[in-house]
Design a protein around this ligand. Structure first.
Ligand code: F6P
Length: 763
C-alpha cells in the first residue's frame, strides 16, 4: 500500500471534509429543530396565556359583582348606565382589559358598554358560536372575550369582558428570537467542538493506521509525538489481520469484465501491478533504423506478428524493450546507453538495443533459432539442423540479452515479458540475477509433441531455461498440453495438471493459454482511403482491370506459410473453373526473411518459379493469375491491399496464431471480403466463420476459392461481422492484460504466502 505524497494536505482535506460532512447536516437538523420548537412553544404559551386571561376574567367578574349590583340599584336606566360605566372605566384601567359590557336578560345589544368595546360582540354570544369564552380578531389584533353569568338580586345579567391579547404576539415574537439564538449558538458551539475533535482524532488515527500499514506500529500505534495512543491498541491485531486479507484477496481485475483498451491495460499496470516496471525482450526490434541510398535514415516497422502485437501494448505500458539492433543505422540514433525513444513520431517507450557480432547472429539467430528450433516446432516437414557451434552462440547471446535486461531493470522486481524461441534460456538466467522478477515467457510458435521435440540434443537445457519463467504462455491449449507432456517426458518435475503448473526446484511455472491478437481499432486504418478507393488504387498500381476480383496473401517468405500450396490452389481453380481466367488474380505480398539460410533461399526461388509457371500457364495479354511482390510493405500499405481484396487466403502449414487473418478482418470496416484460413493456424480455432481449409488438400482449397468468389454480399457481411466482433473483443490488450493480471495474482499470492510463513512481523 503506498502513502500519498502530499500526506499533510491529505490529513487536512480529509478532516475538513469530515467536519463539513458533519457540520452541514448538523446545521440543517438544528434549523429544523428550532423551527419545530418555535411552533410548539408558541402553541404552549398561547394556551397558557388564554388560561391565564380566563382566570383573570373570572376574578375581575367576581370583583365587579358588588359594584355592578350597586350600580343597578339606581333609579333610572340613565343613572344605572352612568354608574356602571364608572365602574367599568375603573376596571379598564388595567391595560389588558380592553372593554366591558353588561347585558340584562333579553337584551340583544349591551345595556352598558365601554367606548372601546368591540361592536361585533353582542349579548347573544353568537360571535363565539355559543361558547362562554374565545379568541377573536379585532382591528388586526387578537382579543379574548368572556361571557360571565351573574345573579344580581335574583336577576340574571351577563358581564362581557374583552381582554387585549396583543401582548401575547409580542411575547411569542420574543420567545421565537430567544429560541432561534439559542439553537444558532448551540450549532456554532457543537460545530466548533466537532471540528476540533475531528482534526485531533483524525490525525491521531491516520498516523496510527499508517504506522500499522507500514508495519511499524504493530505493537506501538502512535501519536504524532511517537507516544502510544491507547485507543488504537486493541484494534491493531484485527487491523493487521484485515490488512493481510485485503492484500491477499483484493480483487484483481476480472479479465472477462474488462473492455480491453490501452487505458484498461494502463489501469491494470497501475492498480494490480502497482505501477511496476515492464521490460520486454525479443530478438526483433519494433523500429529498425536504416540509412537509405539517398543518405536519409528511416525507421522501418518490420513484418513480424510478434512486433505487430507487442508494439501497441508497449505504447500503452511504456517501459523498455530490449531487442537486437539489426538496422544499418541503428547505432547512429542511440544514446550512450544504446537506448532510443520510440515511436519516432510520438515517443512513449524506449528500445535498448543489443549488438551482436556476425558470428553471434549467425549461430544464435540463423543457426540454432531458425534452422533448429523453428522447423523443430513447426510441423512443416522441414528437417531441423542442430550444430553445437550454433548452440554455443545461442547460450552466449541469451546470456548477453539477460545481462542487458538486468542492466535495464530499475527495481529488483520488474515484470519481464520474454518473447519467443530465441530466448528459451533467458528466463532462468534473469531469475538467477533477479529472483524477485516476474518473468512471463510467451512462445509465439507452436510447441510440438514430445517425440518431435525429443530430437533436440539440448532439450533438457531448453526446458530447464524455460522453467525459470513464472508464467509460460502459448497460443492454444493444445500447445500447452504438448509442453506439459514434453516436460513430463524429459524432466524431473511435479506437474499439477489441474492448475497446469510445473514445479521444479521450488520454482513454479504456470503454463497458460493466451491467444495473441491485434490492436483494435488498428492504427493502420487511420487515414486509409475508402474501400472503393483502395479497390481502385491497388488495381491501378498492379495494372489490373477494375472488374477483376483479387485475392491477397501477406507473409514473410517462409516455408511454413503454405505459399506454394496457395498458388497451387489458384492454379487448380483456374483449371477447374475456367470462367475465372482473366477474372481473378492473386496478389502475394512476401517480405524477404532469413534469407541467408539455404532453405529460405531455396524457398524464395521455388515461390518465384511457381508463380511464373502458373502465370505462363493461365496468364494472357494484360492478365496475370499471380502477382508476386517480394518486397517489404509497410503496414499501412498492407492494410490498403486488404481493403482492396475480395479474398484473403492464409494457408500456413503450421502457425502458432497468424495475425494476418485478424488484420484482414480489422481492415474490413465495410464488412465485406472472405477469409480462407488454414486449419493448422491458431486463428482457425477462434474464427470458425472463415472458410477453414487443409492447405495440403489442393482441391479443397480451390473449392474454397470458388465459394469465396461466389459468396453473396449478405453472407460475407454475416461472417465478417461476427469475426470483427470477436477480434474487437479479444484484442491484443486482452492478450497482454490477461498475462499481466495473472502475474499480479501470482505476486499477490506469493506475498500472502510469505507473510504467513514468516509471520509478517510480531503481533
Ligand atoms: O511469429 C514467429 C516469429 O518468429 C516471430 O518471433 C518473429 O517476430 C516473426 O516470426 C518474424 O521472424 P523474424 O523476426 O525472424 O523476421
Amino acid at each position: 500500500m503506498t502513502l500519498p505524497k502530499n500526506r499533510h494536505l491529505g490529513y487536512g482535506k480529509s478532516a475538513m471534509s469530515l467536519s463539513l460532512r458533519f457540520i452541514l447536516p448538523l446545521f440543517v437538523a438544528l434549523s429544523l429543530i428550532s423551527w419545530a420548537s418555535i411552533g410548539v412553544v408558541e402553541k404552549l404559551t398561547e394556551s397558557w396565556f388564554i388560561r391565564d386571561v380566563e382566570a383573570r376574567a373570572q376574578s375581575i367578574g367576581n370583583t365587579l359583582e358588588l359594584p355592578v349590583g350597586l350600580a343597578l340599584h339606581s333609579d333610572t336606566d340613565k343613572e344605572k348606565r352612568e354608574r356602571l360605566l364608572e365602574v367599568f372605566h375603573k376596571a379598564t384601567q388595567d391595560e389588558r382589559l380592553f372593554g366591558v359590557a353588561l347585558c340584562r336578560e333579553g337584551d340583544h345589544a349591551p345595556f352598558a358598554r365601554t367606548a372601546e368595546f368591540p361592536p361585533m360582540v353582542d349579548c347573544s354570544g353568537e360571535v363565539l358560536g355559543g361558547k362562554a369564552t374565545g379568541v377573536l380578531q379585532y382591528r388586526r389584533a387578537p382579543i379574548h372575550t368572556s361571557y360571565l353569568k351573574l345573579m344580581l338580586d335574583a336577576k340574571p345579567v351577563t358581564l362581557i369582558l374583552v381582554h387585549d391579547l396583543s401582548f401575547m404576539s409580542r411575547r411569542s415574537e420574543e420567545t421565537r428570537k430567544y429560541i432561534f439564538w439559542f439553537f444558532a449558538i448551540l450549532a456554532v458551539v457543537v460545530s466548533f467542538i466537532t471540528v476540533v475533535i475531528a482534526q485531533l482524532s483524525w490525525r491521531g488515527w491516520v498516523q496510527g493506521l499508517r504506522a500499522v500499514v507500514r508495519g511499524e506500529g504493530l505493537l506501538r500505534p502512535f501519536r504524532s509525538s511517537g507516544a502510544v495512543t491507547p485507543e488504537l491498541r486493541p484494534l491493531v491485531k484485527d487491523l493487521r489481520a484485515m490488512m493481510r486479507e485485503m492484500e491477499a484477496e483484493r480483487p484483481i481485475h476480472d479479465d472477462a469484465n474488462v473492455t480491453w483498451s490501452p487505458a484498461a491495460l494502463k489501469e491494470i499496470l497501475q492498480q494490480d501491478l502497482r505501477g511496476e516496471e515492464i521490460l520486454i525482450v525479443s530478438n526483433r526490434e519494433p523500429y529498425i533504423h536504416n540509412r537509405g541510398k539517398d543518405g536519409t535514415i528511416t525507421a522501418k516497422f518490420p513484418a513480424s506478428g510478434l512486433v505487430s502485437a507487442l508494439e501497441p501494448v508497449m505504447r500503452a505500458c511504456s517501459g523498455t524493450w530490449v531487442a537486437h539492433g539489426s538496422g544499418n543505422a541503428d547505432r547512429e540514433v542511440v544514446d550512450k546507453n544504446d537506448r532510443v525513444q520510440v515511436p519516432p513520431d510520438k515517443p512513449s517507450y524506449q528500445i535498448r538495443r543489443v549488438w551482436l557480432t556476425e558470428e553471434e547472429e549467425q549461430g544464435y539467430y540463423y543457426g540454432f533459432s531458425n534452422e533448429g528450433l523453428w522447423p523443430l516446432c513447426h510441423v512443416a516437414h522441414t528437417r531441423p539442423v542442430f550444430r553445437s557451434s550454433d548452440w554455443e552462440m545461442y547460450v552466449k547471446v541469451n546470456r548477453k540479452f539477460a545481462d542487458a535486461v538486468v542492466q535495464e531493470a530499475r527495481t529488483d522486481n520488474p515484470v519481464i515479458l520474454v518473447q519467443d524461441y530465441h530466448f528459451a534460456l533467458l528466463p532462468r538466467m534473469v531469475k538467477e540475477q533477479l529472483p524477485n522478477a516476474c518473468v512471463i515467457t510467451f512462445w509465439h510458435i507452436p510447441w510440438p509433441n514430445p517425440e518431435a521435440f525429443g530430437i533436440c540434443p539440448w532439450r533438457e537445457e531448453i526446458l530447464h531455461g524455460m522453467l525459470g519463467s513464472n508464467i509460460l504462455g502459448f497460443h492454444t491449449r493444445f500447445h500447452c498440453n504438448n509442453f506439459l507432456e514434453t516436460v513430463d517426458r524429459f524432466m524431473e518435475t511435479r506437474i499439477d495438471r489441474e492448475t497446469s503448473t510445473i514445479t521444479s526446484g521450488g520454482n513454479a511455472t504456470a503454463v497458460r493459454q493466451y491467444p495473441i491478437s491485434i490492436e483494435w481499432p488498428s492504427r493502420w486504418l487511420e487515414g486509409q482511403p475508402s474501400v472503393a478507393e483502395c479497390h481502385r488504387l491497388v488495381r491501378e498500381k498492379l495494372g489490373v482491370k477494375a472488374d477483376i476480383k483479387l485475392g491477397i496473401g501477406v507473409d514473410r517468405l517462409d516455408y511454413t506459410k503454405g505459399i506454394l500450396e496457395r498458388f497451387r490452389a489458384v492454379e487448380r481453380l483456374l483449371e477447374l473453373e475456367s470462367q475465372w481466367r482473366g477474372k481473378f488474380s492473386f496478389v502475394q505480398i512476401a517480405s524477404p526473411s532469413r534469407s541467408t539460410i539455404d532453405h529460405y533461399k531455396a524457398f524464395d526461388a521455388a515461390v518465384r518459379d511457381e508463380a511464373e509457371r502458373i502465370n505462363k500457364l493461365y496468364g494472357s495479354e494484360g492478365y496475370k493469375p499471380i502477382h508476386l511482390l517480394v518486397e517489404h510493405h509497410g503496414p499501412k500499405d498492407v492494410f490498403t491491399h486488404y481493403r482492396a481484396s475480395d479474398i484473403c487466403f492464409v494457408s500456413s502449414l503450421h502457425d502458432g496464431m497468424n495475425l494476418v487473418a485478424k488484420e484482414y478482418v480489422a481492415a474490413r470496416e465495410d464488412e465485406q471480403g472472405v477469409l480462407i484460413l488454414s486449419q493448422f493456424t491458431g486463428a482457425a480455432r477462434e474464427l470458425p466463420e472463415a472458410l477453414i481449409v487443409n492447405p495440403y488438400d489442393t482441391d479443397q482449397c480451390a473449392a474454397a476459392l470458388q465459394m469465396a468468389l461466389e459468396m453473396s454480399n449478405r453472407e460475407q457481411r454475416d461472417r465478417m461481422r461476427s469475426m470483427r466482433n470477436f477480434v474487437k473483443e479479444f484484442n491484443v490488450y486482452r492478450w497482454a492484460g490477461r498475462m499481466l493480471v495473472d502475474a499480479a495474482r501470482m505476486r499477490q499470492k506469493s506475498r500472502f504466502r510469505e507473510k504467513r510463513f514468516f509471520g509478517g512481523g510480531g503481533q
